[in-house]
Design a protein. Sequence first.
Length: 402
Amino acid sequence: MPLIAADNHLLLWAFIMLAAAAAIVIEQNVRWAVKVPGAVIALLIALAASNLGLVPTESPVYDAVWGYIVPLAIPLLLFQLDLHSVLKESGRLLLIFLISSVGTVLGVLLGFAMLRRHIPELDKISGMIAASYTGGGVNFAAMTAKLEPSQSITAATIVADNLMMACYFFILMTLPALPAVRRFWGSPHQDAIENSNSGSNQNQAAAYWQPKAMSLQSIALSLGASILLVAVSFSVSKWLKTVLGSSEHIVLDMLIGLVTDKYLLLTTLTFAVIVFCRKGVAKLNGSQELGTYCIYLFFVVIGIPASIPLIIQSAPLLFVFTLTVALTNLLVTLLAGKLLKFGIEEIMLACNANIGGPTTAAALAIGKGWRTLVGPILVIGTVGYIIGNYIGTMVYALVGSM
């Protein structure tokens, strides 16, 4: 039993918020942490707390972060974006994202070939993981409902996925900081950040987040506008799904999925507000800080479900399977990125958008300070939601024939 019970919501909120605060303080003030992103520190704090038995691996508090805090962060962070850079970067990111999706499929096929005799119902798991590692958790849920694997296999797959995801995010956040990696693939966005802070004696995080003027009015308007955008977008999405339903025609069904996706609606509506209320939005000082703090809470929650003892007990081979898929995705994307002259930042975000979905990819971009890539990866990442179920269905049919 964990030290803090799953139903002790106040103590769990205290842990999450203090862990995020600790990560920010360490990132900006501790010398050894200069090269370590605060998001990595937050994830490691949560991972340690979970595996030491301090906090539970599941709680409604964590669901609240996914359901409310993460959507709220998206408009807050988009308010300060340059729409010209969003349009410029989106086309490039779509190409590397689709190539990364091919890496997911190859990884699933490789994992299935290696472990099909050792893991029951691996054909169904392959379809679920192929869909999830192209889009996100929504696709995993949809394919689970469609393929109907046993409850024990579904639960074990979720446990394996949680630990693998924490490990994979750590890799994606660490690789862009390695000098050899940056020299080989190039790192234009990271270079720009360092050049802008070259005259400062502070570390990059401290220099970037220097204190600036903000008012109570600005904070109130930022939060109010953001929650209104979330509420309207999610309500419209729900209404459209009821009205449009689904179609047996694959192209029409993809279009319906695109139109009704709540995160794409949220991003689009936020862009519209930025275009038509540019002067008002520009005055919302503090929105970036609020949104980034929400993302730090999110990274704490990502690390909590990664229970190593639970993996050892219930799903060691499933962890090997999911890790095989993720690493194949990474390798294919790195090779394609080098051939097509993509920077390491774009490569890492494409991998993240595939394996973790657009919200985790945006969180990575924010945590690393790649502001011009936040909007584009949110837009491109939603494509995975649309194509994920079709890729999962195709992979299930393919491995079934094997």
